[in-house]
Structure formats: C-alpha cells, structure tokens
Design a protein around this ligand. Structure first.
Ligand SMILES: Nc1ncnc2c1ncn2[C@@H]1O[C@H](COP(=O)(O)OP(=O)(O)OP(=O)(O)O)[C@@H](O)[C@H]1O
Ligand SMILES: [Mg+2]
Length: 241
C-alpha cells in the first residue's frame, strides 16, 4: 500500500518555481531517499508534504487521503512527522521537555507525555542527556533530539531533512543504524541527505531532483550510475573520470 503519493506538486515563491510538477510515491515500510544539488527544492517538497506551506499546484495523499493544505500539527497527530534541516529546539529547556512537546501531539496528559518521551530517549540511547539544556547539546545530539521529538509523535511516516549533516563518520554510521531500526519497527522513512554513503546504504529507492524536477528514480546503485545524476549532483569531475 502506498503511504504517500505526491502528484504534480508545484511550489512557487514569487517568480521562483522551487518544485515543478513533481510526482513521487512511497510504499508503506519503504525508505525513500531524496537527493539533488543545493537549492533543488528538496526541503520545499518536505515543507509541502508536512503542511508548512500549501502547494501552488498538485495533490498530496497520505494514506490515500488528500492532505494538501492541512496544517503541520494536524498532520502530526495523523502520523506524519518531520525533522527540520535547521534544528530549532527550545534552547533553554531540557532535552526531556523538548521531546515531551512532541509527545503532546498524541496525548494531553503530562504523565503520559513524559513516559512516552522517556521511552523514546531510551530507544535512542539518549536518556543520559534528558536533563541537559537543548542549547548546550553538540550538533550530533541536536540531530538526535530532532529525531526524538519527531518519534515522540508516533509517526507512521517520518521525514528526515539532512539529519546527518555535520556529523562525524562514526556518528553517521550510528544514525544510519538508528534509521534502519526505526524502519524495522514499521516506520516508513522519507530522507533527504547529502552524504551519499548514507543515502546509498539506507535507501530502498532514490529520487533525484534538480530545479524542482525529477531527473532520475530507481535503486541507489542505478541512480548513482545515471549520467544525468552524475552531472547534476555529483559534479562534472565525476562524469569525466
Ligand atoms: N520560504 C521560502 N521563501 C522563498 N524562497 C524559498 C523558500 N524556501 C525555499 N526557497 C527557495 O526555493 C529553492 C529551493 O530551496 P530548498 O530549500 O527547497 O532547496 P534544497 O534542495 O532543500 O537545498 P539544500 O540542499 O541547500 O538544503 C531555493 O532557490 C530557495 O532559495
Ligand atoms: Mg534543504
């Protein structure tokens, strides 16, 4: 069953067409990678899917229901969560508090939110940081907090926007393992990432966009060998060598 279907998605910012008639879908339980050069429109796709802004044109279906134009909080309660490329926790609040904010999407009871948040922190091997102020976390730990906040909403579909940017290689490996484990638990994952090693290791399928348009789609190894992708994304130097 398709958990997400995006049809002819177009998003304009004034005169700029950031996403241009994009079609894609994700099967339940799949990990779909979305790659493309800087400014290709990847985060804009996420923003439209997660309800941050309405599409200019096109349709988005989540679990067969049209969600175009619905608000993030509403979608979150419905099982669609995202992380932000620019991590913005409540810096003066504790890690636990920040994760509880996520959990309030699924419960109004503080005790339940706390329990849910503690469970997620434990799952991510992060419970030793629960009392740390979010503003004092390292980059790697902030990324982990972003995932924890999203997970506390019990998503069926999780959108991860560059959660590995700025991480050291060992931290990238750890994040890849965390994301795999999430999928094993039944969470469908839509992931934007610039670190090719990670996207190749994680994705069942990869969609490549450039100037808001899809230029390739397929298995990771197919996409990595595609001439258009090599030119657009990996740079001409790869194409000629
Ligand atoms: N809120 C906004 N208002 C105006 N223009 C925007 C907005 N968000 C994105 N854009 C523009 O839309 C285009 C696509 O941006 P987007 O952030 O989606 O790219 P991206 O593929 O995520 O890039 P990166 O890899 O650098 O994160 C860019 O030209 C960007 O400047
Ligand atoms: Mg982006």
């Amino acid at each position: 069953m398709k958990i997400l279907e995006v049809q002819h998605l177009t998003k304009d910012f004034g005169g700029l067409r950031a996403v241009d008639s994009l079609d894609l879908d994700i099967e339940e339980g799949e990990i779909l990678g979305l790659i493309g050069p800087n400014g290709a429109g990847k985060s804009t796709v996420f923003n439209c899917v997660a309800g941050v802004f309405p599409p200019t044109k096109g349709h988005i279906y989540f679990r067969s229901e049209e969600i175009s134009g619905r608000k993030p909080w509403d979608l979150c309660k419905y099982g669609l969560a995202r992380t932000f490329q620019i991590v913005k926790p409540f810096a003066s609040k504790s890690v636990l508090y920040n994760v509880m904010v996520g959990a309030f999407a699924i419960t109004a009871k503080t005790s339940e939110a706390r329990e849910k948040a503690l469970g997620v922190l434990e799952y991510l091997n992060f419970e030793d940081r629960k009392d740390t102020r979010a503003g004092n976390l390292t980059i790697a730990d902030r990324k982990r907090l972003e995932i924890a906040r999203a997970l506390a909403t019990e998503p069926k579909l999780l959108l991860l926007d560059e959660v590995m940017a700025g991480l050291r290689p060992a931290e990238v490996d750890e994040m890849v393992a965390i994301i795999r484990r999430l999928r094993e638990q039944g969470v469908t994952i839509f992931v934007i990432e610039h670190i090719m090693r990670a996207i190749m290791a994680l994705s069942d399928r990869v969609v490549v966009i450039q100037f808001g348009q899809k230029i390739a789609e397929g298995l990771p190894q197919q996409v990595a060998a595609d001439e258009n992708v090599i030119k657009a994304y990996l740079g001409e130097e790869y194409a000629v060598s």
